[in-house]
Design a protein around this ligand. Structure first.
Ligand SMILES: Cc1ncc(COP(=O)(O)O)c(C=O)c1O
Length: 410
């Protein structure tokens, strides 16, 4: 068998696709015009995009504060390119640290209320590198069952590199976490990792219950705030939202959502951040964040201070959408944020709903098996501070139409 045979099969043979977790061959679905992924966007202006020459309302972006097109943010990125060029072309360890990186780390640490912060080139790399860096053999890693893939992979890496023990607790279930913590030997070091806001469900980790358990059983607590920054706690994240900044030991965040860029960071006690800086392989063996990205995030931090109404606005839109979608009879799970999943269930029905939305001028994301369990296919909708009331009215009217068409079996 040649290594590439499966690739040819995956392209053409539904049985091979099924073997690798896809219900059918993606190319076939694409030919039917029902493939909801890799759709090229021709123009993006925040809440509106142009696809195949048609203007659509975007409700599938993580641009929560609508800052990707903010004039101050764009100008800061361009000025950084003029001053430093397009790349640092090296690791932070060597030639890749600019004064700006240090300024950003200082500002991020203050923003989330921690002693120090360390900037990585993606959020994925933060979790993939920091988690194994902190662990020793025989330590315990305990995560919520629904944490983001980057935490899943960080944990896998820790298992391979450091031979740690791994446990998972039921989603947002502190009682199950306590059962696990109680069952572990007291001596080994322990790290509990959760998402602050879960990226698919839009629900919030119950930190007021989780943090005391971590203290009680001697575990450190790390929170992934990718979807909380800019949204919860006046934009400062989940720990701030619950007034638990001291109790959360490590806060990680990404720049690929509210901070209108790419990159990520981890913040915590100074000696711990210094340790991560010296041991996280994804930090050391990867080129540093580009000057334009650093400048973008610095500008976003300023805009968040100067325009706090953006945080209020995105939450108000989230609240209205949750209320009105529920009133229409949609299942939106436990969402408490501007991330609102709409569970349709059946895969074909979900793709149909997605297509009606697209044809009616609304772009959203779809999560299908294997990304979600069978019969739990959903539309992952998310909102931005820059959506106007007219956008939201149109989105709601379209969801009303989708509901009727699906019920009528069209
Ligand atoms: C919860 C969570 N953590 C981490 C990441 C990774 O972030 P990045 O896009 O910066 O690599 C994401 C991105 O989707 C995420 O949703």
């Amino acid at each position: 068998m040649d290594l590439f045979d499966k690739c040819a099969g995956f392209y053409s043979d539904p049985k091979v696709a099924q073997k690798y977790g896809y219900p059918t061959n993606p190319r076939t679905v694409q030919q039917m015009g029902m493939f909801p992924y890799f759709i090229p966007i021709e123009q993006a202006e925040g809440p509106e995009v142009i696809i195949s020459g048609k203007r659509l309302i975007m409700i599938g972006s993580n641009n929560y504060l609508g800052l990707t097109n903010h004039p101050k943010v764009k100008e800061a990125a361009m000025e950084a390119i003029r001053k430093y060029g397009t790349s640092c072309t090296g690791s932070r360890f060597l030639n890749g640290t600019l004064q700006m990186h240090l300024e950003l780390e200082d500002k991020l640490a203050k923003f989330v209320g921690k002693e120090a912060a360390l900037v990585f080139s993606t959020g994925f790399q933060v979790n993939l590198g920091s988690i194994p860096a902190l662990m020793d053999p025989e330590d315990y890693l305990i995560t919520d069952k629904e944490v983001h893939a980057s935490i899943v992979d960080g944990v896998r890496m820790a298992k391979v590199q450091k031979k740690v023990h791994v446990r998972h607790f039921k989603h947002n279930d502190p009682a199950d976490l306590e059962q696990i913590l109680k069952s572990l030997p007291p001596e080994p070091a322990k790290l509990v990792v959760v998402d602050g806001v879960f990226s698919m469900g839009g629900d919030i980790a119950p930190l007021p219950d989780i943090a005391p358990l971590c203290r009680k059983y001697g575990a450190r607590l790390m929170v992934d705030d990718a979807h909380s920054l800019g949204v919860l706690g006046g934009g400062r994240g989940t720990a701030h939202h619950f007034n638990l900044t001291e109790e959360v030991d490590l806060i990680m965040g990404t720049f690929s959502k509210s901070f209108a860029s790419i990159g990520g960071f981890i913040a915590g006690r100074e000696d711990v951040i210094h340790w991560i800086q010296m041991f996280a392989r994804t930090f050391i063996f990867s080129a540093s964040l580009t000057p334009s990205c650093v400048a973008t995030v610095l500008a976003c931090l300023e805009v968040i201070e100067q325009e706090p109404e953006r945080v209020t606005r995105v939450n108000a839109i989230g609240e209205r959408m949750r209320r009105e979608l529920r009133a229409m009879g949609y299942q939106i799970g436990q969402s408490q944020t501007p991330i609102i999943p709409i569970v349709i269930g059946d895969m074909m029905k979900t793709m149909k709903a997605w297509k009606i939305l697209l044809e009616s001028g609304v772009y959203t994301n779809v999560a299908l098996p294997p990304a979600v369990p069978t019969n739990m296919s959903l539309l992952r909708t998310s909102y931005m501070a820059s959506h106007t009331d007219a956008h939201i009215d149109q989105v709601l009217a379209t969801f009303d139409k989708v509901k009727h068409l699906l019920e009528a079996g069209n």
